[in-house]
Design a protein around this ligand. Structure first.
Ligand code: ZN
Length: 131
């Protein structure tokens, strides 16, 4: 797994194929709304970028002193964030149209007003993007 920087926002991401823009930039470019997971992904990518920059700065500063402990800790954090980033990027996203279909399918009217259908429908409605 290797990170590249998005050619649009310059945040790190794991390319799935030959794409050069991150998922969030691609979705914005295609006119899709960003989900909360997408927004979390952007924040995580930004934090990863900060850590990569800090790691590079510390590596340069510590090369003379050969302080490998701090570098190793930062590298561990970068690795953890990269793993989180990869898992967020591979998580399926629920599009507004898909969410609408789920709400229609789960509606309590279609399930004899079952408690479960009511609860799930409420949760799905809460997931709708705020306008
Ligand atoms: Zn981007």
């Amino acid at each position: 797994m290797s990170l590249i920087l998005c050619s649009h926002c310059e945040l790190p991401f794991v390319p799935v194929s030959r794409n050069r823009v991150c998922l969030a930039c691609w979705k914005e470019n295609e006119g899709y709304d960003l989900t909360k997971a997408d927004e979390a992904h952007v924040r995580l990518a930004s934090a990863t970028k900060d850590l990569m920059d800090e790691n590079a700065r510390l590596k340069a500063a510590n090369s003379a002193a050969n302080n490998s402990t701090i570098t190793a800790e930062l590298q561990k954090k970068v690795n953890e964030l990269q793993a989180q980033l990869k898992s967020l990027q591979s998580a399926p996203s629920i599009t507004p149209d898909f969410l609408k279909s789920l709400i229609i399918l789960c509606h309590p009217d279609k399930h004899a007003n079952s408690t479960t259908a009511t609860e799930i429908t409420k949760k799905l409605i809460a997931m709708r993007p705020k306008k």
